[in-house]
Design a protein around this ligand. Sequence first.
Ligand SMILES: Cc1cc2nc3c(=O)[nH]c(=O)nc-3n(C[C@H](O)[C@H](O)[C@H](O)COP(=O)(O)O)c2cc1C
Length: 378
Amino acid sequence: MPTLATIVDGLKLPNPFVIGSGPPGTNLNVISRAFKEGWGAVIAKTVSLDASKVVNVTPRYGKLLSTDGKEVIGWENIELISDRPFKLWEDEFKKCKDMHPDGVLIASIMEEYEKDRWVELVERTQACGVDAFELNFSCPHGLPERKMGAAMGQCPEILEEVCGWVKGASKIPFWAKMTPNVTHIEDPSRAALQGGATGLSAINTIRSVIGVNLDTLRPEPSVEGFTTPGGYSSRAVKPIALRMVMEIATLIQKEFPGRSLSAIGGVENGRDAAEFILLGGDTVQVCTGVMKFGYEMVKPMCEDLLAFMDKHKFETLADFKGKALPYFTTHADLVRRQTERKAAQKAAAAAAPAKKMVQADGEWSGDDFVKQSNALAR
Ligand SMILES: Cc1cc2nc3c(=O)[nH]c(=O)nc-3n(C[C@H](O)[C@H](O)[C@H](O)COP(=O)(O)O)c2cc1C
């Protein structure tokens, strides 16, 4: 019988499903619900020392729907970090650990570019008994104006320095959460790991504009007729998240073996999770999924993932973590492999004739165009 139980950075998780920082971890009430439903760990909504500077607006979400309007494909938010006073959070972190001593509680923290503030935040938060930190270097809206969030995550030098401050003050593991709004995710990832991060989390939301209302001619979500670019999440971001997780996992394998990776982006079921683990994730976070389907989604996710493991005879998550990574290569290498395979096939005169597919651009014809396109898909 396979098991989902795992130990990451010394944290004992009953399963790899972690509540990602956001509304599903926004106060003690909802965090407790997550533990009761059986989530492997909870990352609370990001906190900072001075919540008075955090002022949210409504509406602050925008959805991209499927053509039939039935499915939410993408989700934009212009929500800030927690607007609740830090003192209240200190209280709730302590209460949460009293109520759920075995629950893995991770505090997401963010501060301005000032050593004393980071050290104070780390020391006061860890005194509440939380199990680990996630450093939010990745919120793409609202906070960068204060040189926080993605503004830090886009600057490797600052990332390394701030991780160094946290390393000096923290007695517990800490993950640096990466912004996808960079050209090469390896650069900030390497900086955070050099600075001493125990592991990385990726990805936060992708800077976006969800749409323009064709009646009012105004962009959305509309706040008093205006908007600001926000962060994109949900199913639509999964392919981008998979690519970035793959790149970070490859970096970790090569340069920082043993550091952990928490994969995030559009996860809604156990098969999504299996894909992220195959690309090197130790844990898998879900944020928007919980907003779409509720906390109880963790049960079918666990069942799905166990069924996948059973099918492939994997006993533990370690049995398949990173198993798909060796199969990425360059485009030039794909061409070489295919040329070699075709040459070998030609040589074998008895080989069955290959399925008719367009090879060169001049071979496309206007008839059966969809068929020709489909034949080239995997
Ligand atoms: C409404 C909303 C609020 C969020 N707030 C935070 C936050 O406070 N801190 C943080 O690190 N990430 C925050 N995120 C980002 C998520 O944790 C996650 O990285 C991202 O949404 C991608 O995962 P998903 O597709 O599972 O939502 C938020 C996401 C949403 C949708």
